[in-house]
Design a protein around this ligand. Sequence first.
Ligand code: PGA
Length: 249
Amino acid sequence: MLLRKLVAGNWKMHGLSSDIDEIQAIAAAASDYPEVDVALCIPAILIERAVRAVPGLAIGGQDVHHSDKGAHTGCTSARMLVDAGATLTIVGHSERRDAQRESDAAVKAKAEAALGAGLNVILCIGESIEVRDSGTAIETVMTQLGGSLPQSLCEEGELALAYEPIWAIGTGKTPTSDEIEEMHAAIRGKLLDRFGSDGGQVRILYGGSVKPSNAAEIFSIPEVNGALVGGASLKAADFMPVIAAAAGS
Ligand code: PGA
């Protein structure tokens, strides 16, 4: 099935009010490619300003708490993101799974909370270099996926997966096309097992050192329905060719 490509930027802990100009430049670039869904996941504190500046661009958060509200110092709920104008959020990024010790069960709860609040969700999974080298990447990611997937797709928001090998994030290294194809096919199989034919509608993004020079090749791989882009999403000049590659694929 041909799914619309989704290209999402992950700004991580980058972005000040002085970067709204860059967000506007990205929104302008995205509007040239209406056949691609473009989103930008930025620091929560910048969301409201970005939404005001670029009402046509999907703006998202990078994490969400599983509770609606309560005594959780420093955390942000899905309703708060929605209230700020966000339409999506990342959950389960490997940097949070590692530094914040987020388990698969915690990621699942976050995904369910976000979908229930009406946010679209990009749920991240991916293996370490040790796992890749040991030859158990597929089974490890399948276990992670099984534990992280929301109970159902029948929520207000829409789910996407992002396969991001940890060793490819911010390193300039990427898996071979065959390795990406093999993993995405396995993810699709698991989604179909879990959700029946609805699992065929869930977009599977690739993430990890996507940049202008490799984007076209990555988007040509079967079952790659888009990308989650870190470093190359910070500047419109880098992000635009990635969006263009998605449009041309
Ligand atoms: P990168 O990051 O594109 O800088 O490798 C991707 C991500 O962490 O989502």
